[in-house]
Design a protein around this ligand. Structure first.
Ligand code: IK2
Length: 455
């Protein structure tokens, strides 16, 4: 068998040499042909790779990447231990490609409640390796060469390269800030779409819109009116909605997270994406899902079965048990879905207090792990470099990491190339952290502020 493979390889090399006029055995010939696929051009850099490395090297306090530094809840840890020690040994083997049956069943039950419709666990739910893979599968499944995808800015950075890898083009529409009234702090709700501008982005080339509510990085929770506007355009132009709702349980101040798939005319054209990482404070588990009509999910399944195929069984089993607990406690005060946002709201408020005390102006987020803030007060320590290719917020954030040991993420990360310099004085902090971590950030900022005023 091997020998046959060897002889056909030799045959292939001879053919190559005669048709292309070069031998693959020579070093120069190997280098003469581009190895990089065209669709990878311009997307080789990734902010998380760069900033995670910088934070690991320099930061003492990491408010950069979005992960909690507090433990995942005991019931989830116990579920994993049980799956390992008491579960069948078959939990160490492959399970159903499109989702471990106990997980898709309980997800269907949860989403039946929140969407107000019956779901078939086998055809309306698919499990993925985190929401990230769910997004990738959706873009690959729905976007073709020449298609346009409307992306609301600022946006979770992977949407644009993923659209490009599928052969499509992102068309950006901004959330525009309105000045807050009466000297109040700005809220993420003050960042709004202009309805006429949004409508102008839809054409016969538009295949899909990506919605992310609650939004990373602003923490904006889209209102019913805003979602109805998007829904109306989707229906009018026969456009799909890829709805990234990974922060669905993390909304504050009594706000309501409304799922666009629940609006009239939207179920049939929406894939809703979620993440156990964000839901259960266990981002490293990388369990995510898609929920939607079979007519859409059948194509998402095709991408999944021809790429990742299957997600870790044991993690799916433990997440299923976590959801089972939440189903039993649904709406009750002991539910993690009720507890976690309460805890995070306190952390958000603590970080707001810390920032305001040193003159950094936060945009109060209505949801998510994140808070975007105006660092103009500290700008004089990090001088502008005229005509630099690097946006100012990037240089500021790197300087802060290296010189003050505090990690954050520049807001420009969440903007397209053309708009990266629109908000040079804003950076994103993650507040899903232990109180001690937030207080350590406070110590750094207080010391920095003191040094500034005494110099
Ligand atoms: N969609 C959004 C909006 C996300 O924020 C994430 C998680 N990424 O957060 C890192 C950060 O912004 O610091 C994902 C999708 C991916 O979720 P998962 O971890 O389940 O793949």
């Amino acid at each position: 068998m091997l020998r046959r493979a060897g002889s056909s390889l030799r045959h292939f090399l001879v053919e190559r040499k005669s048709s292309a006029g070069y031998s693959l055995c020579s070093r120069e010939a190997k280098m003469s042909r581009p190895v990089q696929a065209r669709r990878l051009e311009g997307i080789d850099k990734n902010v998380w790779v760069e900033f995670v490395k910088l934070a690991a090297t320099y930061s003492k306090v990491n408010l950069g990447q979005g992960f909690p530094d507090f433990p995942a809840p005991d019931f989830l840890q116990e579920a994993l231990k049980r799956a390992l020690s008491e579960g069948t040994h078959m939990l160490h083997q492959y399970t159903r490609a499109f989702g471990h049956p106990p997980l898709v069943k309980v997800l269907a039950q949860i989403f039946e409640k929140v969407l107000g419709r019956e779901l078939d666990p086998m055809t309306n739910v698919m499990v993925t390796v985190g929401a990230y893979q769910a997004l990738f599968c959706c873009f690959q499944a729905f976007v073709d060469e020449g298609d346009e995808v409307v992306v609301i800015e600022p946006f979770f950075d992977c949407y644009e390269p993923m659209v490009k890898m599928a052969g499509g083009t992102s068309v950006f529409v901004p959330l525009r800030p309105k000045a807050p009234k009466d000297g109040k702090l700005m809220s993420s709700a003050d960042w709004q779409l202009d309805p006429a501008e949004l409508a102008s982005k839809f054409s016969e080339r538009t295949k899909a819109i990506v919605l992310n509510s609650p939004n990373n990085p602003l923490g904006k929770v889209f209102s019913r009116g805003e979602l109805e506007l998007i829904a109306e355009l989707c229906v009018k132009h026969d456009v799909l909605c890829i709805s990234d709702e990974v922060y669905e349980w993390l909304v504050y101040d009594g706000k309501e997270h409304i799922r666009i798939a629940s609006l009239p005319g939207m179920w049939d054209r929406t894939v809703t994406i979620g993440s156990a990482g964000k839901t259960f404070s266990a981002t490293g588990w990388k369990v995510g899902w898609t929920v939607g009509p079979d007519r859409l999910l059948q194509h998402v399944r095709t991408v999944h079965q021809n790429s990742v195929y299957h997600c870790a069984t044991i993690a799916q089993e433990a997440v299923a048990q976590g959801f089972q607990r939440e189903l039993t406690l649904y709406g009750k005060p002991e539910s993690y879905f009720v507890q976690l946002p309460k805890t995070l709201q306190q952390k958000r408020d603590l970080l707001i207090q810390i920032l305001v005390a040193v003159g950094i102006k936060p945009i109060v987020p209505e949801g998510t792990y994140f808070l975007v803030a105006d660092i103009s007060e500290f700008k004089s320590d990090v001088p502008e470099v005229p005509n630099s290719d690097e946006p100012y917020d990037c240089r500021f954030t790197k300087w802060m990491m290296k010189n003050k040991g505090l990690a954050a993420i520049p807001l420009s990360t969440f903007y397209s190339e053309a708009h990266k310099n629109n908000y040079p004085n804003f950076i994103r902090f993650c507040f899903a952290k232990e109180e001690a971590t937030l207080k350590a950030a406070n110590d750094i900022l207080q010391k920095w502020k003191k040094e500034k005023t005494s110099s």
